[in-house]
Write a protein that binds this ligand. Structure first.
Ligand code: AP5
Length: 203
């Protein structure tokens, strides 16, 4: 399965992506994790990425695309992947479509949107700030990340809905309950494709 996880910061993409990757036996590819590793490397690229991430802005497309292109070329991603945090704007979505085409890979099949309201998100990320101290989990930066998500990433919901690939799942409640909702929604979507040639759009 070739799948994208969409959702605001703190909506649970990483948490659910890990569980899905273990269940489906395909890699979870997180551009946020990859960028944090780049930042630690203290290179020019790392410094550029850090400035954007600390401000809650998106890192430049060309930097992120290079990371994704390299990772998708690895053997474990050939049979499927879960992209967490990429694409994050329409330009990246179009680049991803082109990359898969160029690699002779089937296209993205599912874009799963975890729906969580802003107050819940802020509470989760402030709790993580207290436990882990991630640099971008400050309240002012969290609010900026939420705004950037609304402006840059939300248009992707239409992009994938138009293609019949969007699955909507509530990301509120216990982690295991959300995971079960995702599994049920995916099963329904796959059945829908097999029997009608169309994609279910809610779960
Ligand atoms: P990224 O690392 O992708 O961060 P994010 O999208 O802001 O998401 P988070 O990791 O904060 O949250 P999540 O949705 O994964 O939720 P999680 O499971 O961790 O990106 C960071 C930055 O990198 C961006 O701001 C940008 O600068 C840059 N970047 C990344 N990709 C880019 C791209 N493609 N283009 C340009 N720039 C890019 O959960 C969050 C917390 O909530 C955790 O503490 C977790 O334990 C908790 N939690 C999870 N589920 C629940 C639940 N059900 N109930 C209660 N708590 C929960």
């Amino acid at each position: 399965m070739r799948m994208i996880l969409l959702g605001a910061p703190g909506s649970g993409k990483g948490t659910q992506g890990e569980k899905l990757a273990a269940t489906l036996g395909i890699p979870r590819i997180s551009t946020g994790d990859a960028l944090r590793a780049t930042v630690k490397s203290d290179t020019e690229l790392g410094r550029r990425a850090r400035a954007a991430m600390d401000a809650g802005d998106l890192v430049a497309d060309e930097l992120v695309v290079g990371i994704v292109e390299e990772r998708l070329a690895q053997a474990d991603a050939h049979e499927g992947f879960i992209l967490d945090g990429f694409p994050r704007n329409t330009a990246q979505a179009k680049i991803l479509d082109g990359l898969l085409l160029k690699n002779g890979s089937p296209p993205v099949e599912i874009a799963l949107h975890l729906q969580v309201d802003d107050e819940e998100i802020i509470g989760r990320l402030l709790a993580r700030a207290r436990q882990q101290g991630r640099a971008d989990d400050r309240e002012d930066v969290i609010r900026c990340r939420i705004r950037v998500y609304g402006e840059e990433t939300c248009p992707l919901l239409d992009y994938y809905a138009t293609q019949g690939k969007l699955l909507l799942v509530s990301g509120v409640g216990p982690v295991d309950g959300i995971f079960q909702r995702i599994v049920d929604a995916l099963a329904k979507a796959v059945r829908g494709t097999a029997s009608h040639g169309a994609r279910a759009v809610s779960g």
